[in-house]
Design a protein around this ligand. Structure first.
Ligand code: ADP
Ligand code: MG
Length: 273
């Protein structure tokens, strides 16, 4: 017959919130008996299972919360294709030290060079380190903040945006922001700066053109840049578009030539004599 403490084991594990250990108690007891484990081996094994499962669930929740548009990893990045990029710098960033220093990262460069890939890769890494990340494009962020402002919950929204350990703002400069959107984006940058929380930004526009992005407001753009660049690593990727490179390697002409060829073919076929 089971002792009182054996009977209590399940309810005690439940009261302590150790649900995985509770679930696995029976099988682990059988393993322990079969393997003639010591008591401490048994306890260590059971608790390790709880910790591993908790970590896995935390990472899963972090990845869900982050809302990455596509899954990208730093390990999938082909550094040989971007020789001008300093791999050691990316390796250093992958240690996550920038997160604890509240250092920002800005990836600049033309389309297709891997800015978003690297930003997501660092975001995924941050999730795996057990932290919250929030990924957004500049346009979506501006839209979200505008709605929050209209619904009188801007302050709450701004506070919520300072919570994640990392905020990724993709594609600054693809679309020009209006005056309200520019001011809202500025406020996000200020809030995170005040809390010493890191931002990863990507942009196809050099800093000299950020006045344009901020609705022609050079003063606001420079105030935003002042905060962003105070503790910041700027990574300029000047190489060729990876997509274009892949197309070339596959013997497919670049998109524009390809479209031009198709258009010419279509025009020839539909030509009225
Ligand atoms: P950007 O944000 O600079 O416009 P992306 O990061 O969206 O470019 O890259 C475009 C596509 O090419 C993505 O699918 C990305 O994963 C891939 N890509 C770009 N550079 C590399 C690279 N060096 N190694 C592997 N994939 C890459
Ligand atoms: Mg991009």
């Amino acid at each position: 017959m089971n002792s009182l403490y054996e009977q209590k084991a399940l309810t005690s594990l439940e009261s302590l919130g150790l649900s995985v250990a509770k679930e696995r108690l029976d099988t682990t007891c059988q393993q322990a008996a079969a393997g003639q484990w010591t008591y401490s081996h048994f306890l260590g094994y059971l608790l390790e299972g709880e910790i591993v499962e908790r970590r896995r669930r935390t990472v899963e929740l972090n990845l869900q919360f982050a809302r990455f548009p596509v899954p990208k990893r730093l390990s999938d990045f082909d550094f040989a294709a971007q020789p001008a990029l300093d791999r050691r710098l990316i390796d250093e960033l992958a240690t996550g030290r920038f997160l604890y220093e509240g250092r920002n990262l800005v990836f600049l460069g033309p389309p297709g060079v891997g800015k978003t890939h690297l930003a997501i890769g660092l975001g995924v890494m941050t999730c795996e380190m057990g932290h919250r990340v929030y990924f957004t494009t500049a346009t979506d962020l501006a839209r979200k903040l505008t709605t929050a402002m209209e619904q009188n919950r801007l302050h709450r929204q701004l506070c919520a945006l300072t919570q994640p350990k990392l905020l990724v703002i993709d594609e600054i400069g693809y679309l020009r922001l209006d005056a309200t959107q520019a001011s809202l984006l500025f406020q996000v940058i200020c809030h995170r700066y005040d809390k010493n929380q890191a931002i990863v930004l990507t942009s196809n526009k050099p800093f000299t053109e950020w006045g344009e992005v901020f609705c022609g407001d050079a003063v606001m753009a420079s105030a935003a840049l002042d905060r962003l660049l105070h503790r910041c690593t700027v990574i300029n990727i000047r190489g060729e578009s990876y997509r274009l490179k892949e197309r070339k390697a596959a013997g497919i002409p670049p998109q524009s030539e390809y479209s031009a060829a198709l258009l010419a073919e279509h025009a020839a076929k539909t030509k009225v004599e």
